[in-house]
Structure formats: structure tokens, C-alpha cells
Ligand binder design. Structure first.
Ligand code: G6P
Length: 369
């Protein structure tokens, strides 16, 4: 196949901008839009009610998708979730439960460690479900059930649209399992599905605000180290933000749970190191804001990605602000907040003249250990 950049300078820019469409398409595949409920397009070969545990394994950005999904699977399906990066999981010799489900996540479906994690789980009697973007891949072929992401070919080395499509699949899976396990009522499910259906439009809105990211990117480009903070699903998203930034701009960056700030990273706070706080208006907003204020009180270099309400409640001096629509609230905000996080890394790197589609030393697909 031939994929071109269209009117974009880079594949990454094109892929970031495709997200409302491909996430919408992926959601449409896993939701019954007329009924407003989740509808898996495959049969599960196990009874969700008797599932004892879910294990998730993946590498890189796909692993962060799994970390976000843990919050959803626990909350909406009341499933206990064990998750680890594939290169650790495969050698840990972890005991796996009877009637356990293994979910592997991979854009390419060819990552060597992820494939080894799948095989380990299979040998230990787990049901295998893979969330993959390439349906003809080895991981897809070796899985009992394949939940495809409909992201289309992803060319940029740093994963963007595959990530948000993985989140979309996980969200629908969590709702479907939640219903099957008798955790969610129809009404609760409908309300959550309505939130999901709103996400692609909100992603488009976030993309329309790209101009406000450029001045923040110029500021971040001067840094030698950056800290990202978030709570709940915004915690793994903060790690994904840090990964994107270091991959593309070669600036050292770390994502941290905001509540863990005082156990270490608070010692790093000074006027120079940007601290990027992800603060969607969800259940943890108040706590995240209080962590933000701890940074402010120490003269930190604060950048907020949040709604006007978050900014108002923060009542702190900000070096940068990326405003997100107030309507992006609730459990699935990570889907939408992924957009400014990706755009920020993209703009920092292009401002610094880096090759965002082919960062040094990185490969799109890591097929050797
Ligand atoms: C590489 C890529 C990342 C990707 C990771 C996992 O590191 O550069 O973008 O997230 O592999 O790849 P997979 O194809 O398994 O999702």
C-alpha cells in the first residue's frame, strides 16, 4: 500500500489529526450506536462472569494504553488487573490463575517481547485476546480473539492514533465486560457510552486549539528536563507524554503520579524545569490541583493542561496553559487529553528541528529482543 502525508509536513502530524476519524470508526465497530451500548464484534470463548483475573502485557505506548485501561476494567467490570511490560513479564515466571484472561496490546503485532508474553500466557492456560492494529500480524494469528484497532497504517515511529484507538477498544471492552458481569446497569452503560461517543468530537475541538500549544512548545524546547504529573488515568497519560517528548525532542522527561510528588520529584522543582500537570475535570481534580499548588509554592515552572475550571481552582501563576474544553470530563478524558500531549511533543521537536517521523535510534517495530 502507499500512504502519503497529504497536506501535512510529517506523518506524525497527519496521524495526530486523523484521530477523531479513526477513533470514531473504532468506537463504531465496538458500540451499538443506535442502542447506545457496547457490542463486541466477536464471541468470547469464556464466560465473563467466571473470569478470575485479567493480565495485560505490552511494550512502549501500547503498555501505557494498558495502564489506562486498568482503571476502566477495575471500575466498570470489577476485574482485578495485573499489568507489566512484556520484557519483564516473560521472564518473571508469574503464576497465572485458572480462568484468567491475557490481553496483549500491540500496534504492529510483531513486537518480540509482547509475542513472547502471549506465548507464555498461552502455555499457562490463559484465554488470549489481542488488541492489534495489523490483523495479519503474528500476534493476531496466535491469539484466540483479535480485537482490532481501526487506526489504519501508522507510519510515524512514535505511536499516536494507534494509542487512542487502543484506548477506544479497551473502553468498549470494559463496558461490555461490565454489563456481562452484572456490574453496570443499562442506564449506567448508556451514560458511559454517550461519553465515549462524544470523544471524537472533543478530540477535533482539541485539535482546533493547536495554535495555543506553539508558545508552550517554544518554552518547553529550552528545558533540559521535564516532569509530567497526573492522577488516575492521567498518570499513565503523563508517562506517555514524557515518552513522546523524550523520543521526539531528546529532552529528558518523566511522568509521575501527582500524589507521589512529595516522595522524590519535589526535590527537583526549580524555576527552570517545566512541570506539566494534566488536570481533566474528573474525580481527582481537587487532589491534582493541590499537587500543582505544591509546585507553585516552590517557585516551579508550571504548565497546565486542563479546563478553565482547573485553571480557576489552581489559582496559581502559570508559565503556560493549554486550555481544554470544559465538556471533556469524566472517565474517558484520557482519550481527549492524549491530543494536546501528543501535539506538545510534536511541536517541541519540530521547533528544535528534529526528525519527528524517524527519531534517532528508534524503530517502529522492535522484532528482536
Ligand atoms: C516501539 C515503537 C513504539 C511502540 C512500541 C510497541 O518502541 O517506537 O511507538 O509503542 O514499539 O510497539 P507495538 O507495535 O507492539 O505497539
Amino acid at each position: 500500500f502507499l500512504v502519503d502525508k497529504g497536506n501535512y509536513r510529517h506523518f506524525m502530524a497527519k496521524e495526530i489529526h486523523e484521530q477523531p476519524e479513526v477513533v470514531g470508526r473504532t468506537l463504531a465497530h465496538y458500540l451499538d450506536l443506535a442502542e447506545g451500548v457496547a457490542r463486541l464484534p466477536f464471541e468470547l470463548n469464556f464466560d465473563p462472569k467466571s473470569l478470575s483475573r485479567v493480565t495485560i502485557s505490552a511494550c512502549g505506548t501500547a503498555y501505557y494504553a494498558g495502564l489506562v485501561a486498568r482503571y476502566w476494567l477495575e471500575r466498570f467490570a470489577r476485574l482485578s488487573v495485573d499489568i507489566d511490560i512484556a520484557s519483564e513479564f516473560r521472564y518473571r515466571d508469574p503464576p497465572l490463575p485458572e480462568k484468567g484472561l491475557m490481553i496483549v496490546v500491540s500496534q504492529s503485532g510483531e513486537t518480540a517481547d509482547t509475542l513472547a508474553a502471549l506465548r507464555y500466557a498461552k502455555e499457562h492456560g490463559q484465554h488470549i485476546l489481542s488488541i492489534v492494529n495489523v490483523e495479519s500480524s503474528t500476534i493476531a494469528r496466535e491469539s484466540e480473539t483479535v480485537a482490532k484497532t481501526l487506526a489504519g497504517p501508522e507510519i510515524g515511529v512514535a505511536s499516536t492514533k494507534a494509542f487512542t484507538c487502543q484506548l477506544a477498544v479497551f473502553a468498549c471492552l470494559a463496558l461490555a465486560l461490565g454489563r456481562a458481569r452484572g456490574v453496570l446497569t443499562r442506564e449506567q452503560e448508556r451514560a458511559l457510552v454517550a461519553e465515549l461517543i462524544a470523544a471524537p468530537g472533543q478530540m477535533a475541538e482539541a485539535l482546533n486549539r493547536e495554535a495555543q500549544i506553539e508558545p508552550v512548545a517554544r518554552d518547553v524546547a529550552r528545558a533540559t528536563s521535564v516532569l509530567y504529573l497526573g492522577r488516575g488515568p492521567s498518570f499513565p497519560l503523563s508517562m506517555e507524554g514524557a515518552l513522546k517528548l523524550k523520543e521526539l525532542s531528546y529532552i529528558h522527561a518523566e511522568g509521575y503520579a501527582a500524589g507521589e510528588l512529595k516522595h522524590g520529584p519535589i526535590a527537583l522543582i526549580d524555576y527552570a524545569m517545566p512541570v506539566i500537570v494534566l488536570a481533566p475535570p474528573d474525580a481527582s481534580l481537587e487532589k491534582t490541583v493541590s499537587n500543582l499548588q505544591e509546585v507553585a509554592a516552590r517557585g516551579g515552572h508550571l504548565i497546565l493542561i486542563g479546563s478553565p475550571r482547573a485553571r480557576h481552582e489552581a489559582a496559581a501563576e502559570l508559565a503556560g496553559y493549554i486550555e481544554m474544553p470544559e465538556t471533556v470530563a469524566g472517565a474517558f478524558s484520557a482519550l481527549v487529553y492524549a491530543v494536546p500531549v501528543q501535539l506538545l511533543a510534536y511541536h517541541v521537536a519540530t521547533f528544535m528541528g528534529k526528525d519527528v517521523d524517524q527519531p534517532r535510534n528508534l524503530a517502529k517495530s522492535v522484532t528482536v529482543e
